[in-house]
Design a protein around this ligand. Structure first.
Ligand code: NIG
Ligand code: FE
Length: 422
């Protein structure tokens, strides 16, 4: 079964010529084609050809996308999509002057969401997360990472990982899961942190490995969470259990997390809002992806990660929402892309590379998704605009009108029978 997306106004290929990543100045080159069509065979991209060459192929279904712009399916590589409860009251306190860290120290923050998430039944978590995932799909997201980390005890972390796993198996997009049991030390282990770490490594990790519940292990390396030495210990144990390391680090304080993550060849280091200039070269020279989260800086009103300098030094930068109830209640990658343009001095082209191929690299999946190239999955976000610049220029309105995953339209949401026709 072959189909074609015919005559897009622009196809933003983000082509890497086989490198499967864009580093430094290469992020500027997003390979925009006009007068081209994409030929899809089953789940994959067969070819990207000038419109006039389409006649050389036997195509079963030609979909006219005249006037529209096609991007590789967007990838949100850092989210905390599975949680219960609301922190609107804390947001209100912040508007009145309290800081994120003050609220956390007073027993709010992650602890607050952990209480609500522990109390929630799996089906409640499923319903909440399903609505969020449907919203992501409507924005053109075709690959999504979700972390645990609001359970923080054996059964609650497994409950969250099991919910994420149901989406991994049944959601219409690809879901990747990170085990973030090391988000903070929960209150009941306050005086026994080494016991908590032992529980994570000796009880939870083997269980997660046995059931195949996670792709990655994440740790929050921060004064109020885990030290660099603790993070190294946990991520090393996780690596032995087959989980790739990643790290929340340099968010509020520099306590050695970035250096530890680089030593462990982490797939990504995420946040970096307080990264120092002297740390840039080592990160930029590594294969670890800098995942920057401009929505967090905007939501908490503090510094932005030095993404501009990391790119200028030749590093690999990805952008994600970090959608979560506390530091970034912004479930909208398009808005976060606009924030990167307005506050991080990134070009629109760099931003597109950051939410496609480099986000794929951060998840270790860039050989199959993240760009429009022969052999990759037919994952596309199709925008009702003739120019990709309008996507970042337009804040607060969704220009994505069609989402295709593995050659099938999954948005607009339709009935099964209708989907079969495409
Ligand atoms: O990525 N930094 C730690 N974790 C989340 C925030 C979690 C929360 O406040 O609920 C983050 O910013
Ligand atoms: Fe996060």
């Amino acid at each position: 079964m072959k189909k074609a997306l015919y005559n897009a106004s622009q196809i933003v290929t983000v082509s890497t010529q086989g490198n499967h990543v864009k580093r430094g100045s290469a992020m500027q080159d997003i390979g925009v084609l006009t007068g081209y069509s994409i030929i899809i065979e089953d789940e994959q991209i067969l070819a990207v050809v000038p419109n006039e060459d389409l006649a050389n192929y036997q195509i079963d279904d030609i979909i006219d996308v005249t006037g529209m712009t096609i991007l590789p399916g967007l990838i949100d590589c850092h989210t905390h999509t599975v949680f219960a409860g609301s922190r609107a009251n804390e947001f209100d306190l912040k508007l009145k002057g309290a800081t994120y860290e003050e609220i956390a120290a007073a027993g709010g923050g992650i602890k607050n969401t952990t209480t609500a998430t522990r109390e929630a039944k799996p089906e409640q978590l499923l319903t909440l997360a399903m609505q969020r995932i449907q919203h992501f799909i409507s924005l053109g997201i075709t690959s999504l990472e979700i972390k645990s980390g609001y359970g923080l005890d054996f059964m609650s972390e497994l409950k969250i990982m099991a919910v994420i796993d149901l989406f991994r198996r049944f959601a219409p997009i690809d879901i990747y899961s990170s085990f973030l049991g090391a988000h903070i030390v929960p209150a009941e282990y306050k005086e026994r942190r080494s016991e908590y770490i032992a529980m994570l490594c000796e009880q939870l990790l083997p269980e997660i490995q046995k059931a195949g519940l996670a792709n990655y292990c994440d740790v929050f390396c921060e004064e109020s969470a885990f030290s660099a030495a603790e993070s190294e210990y946990i991520l090393t144990k996780a690596r032995e259990a087959g989980l790739y390391p990643r790290m929340h680090t340099e968010q509020f304080h520099r306590i050695g997390g970035l250096e530890t993550a680089l030593k462990l060849h982490a797939l990504s280091v995420d946040h970096l809002e307080v990264m120092a200039p002297e740390q840039i070269t080592a990160l930029a020279n590594s294969d670890t992806v800098a995942v920057v989260l401009p929505g967090v800086s905007f939501f908490l009103k503090y510094s932005y990660a030095p993404a501009r300098n990391i790119i200028d030094a030749g590093g690999i930068v990805a952008i994600a929402t970090d959608f979560n109830p506390g530091s970034c209640h912004i479930p909208n990658l398009h808005l976060v892309m606009s924030l990167a343009a307005l506050h991080m001095k990134l070009t629109m082209e760099e931003i597109i590379s950051a939410v496609t191929i480099n986000a794929a690299k951060a998840l270790g999946i860039s050989e199959k998704v993240g760009s429009i190239e022969t052999g990759k999955l037919a994952d596309f976000a199709i925008f009702n605009t003739d120019n990709y610049k309008n996507i970042i220029y337009t804040l607060g309105m969704n220009l994505n009108v069609m989402t295709m995953k593995k050659g099938k339209f999954i948005y607009p949401f339709t009935t099964e029978e209708k989907n079969e026709n495409h």
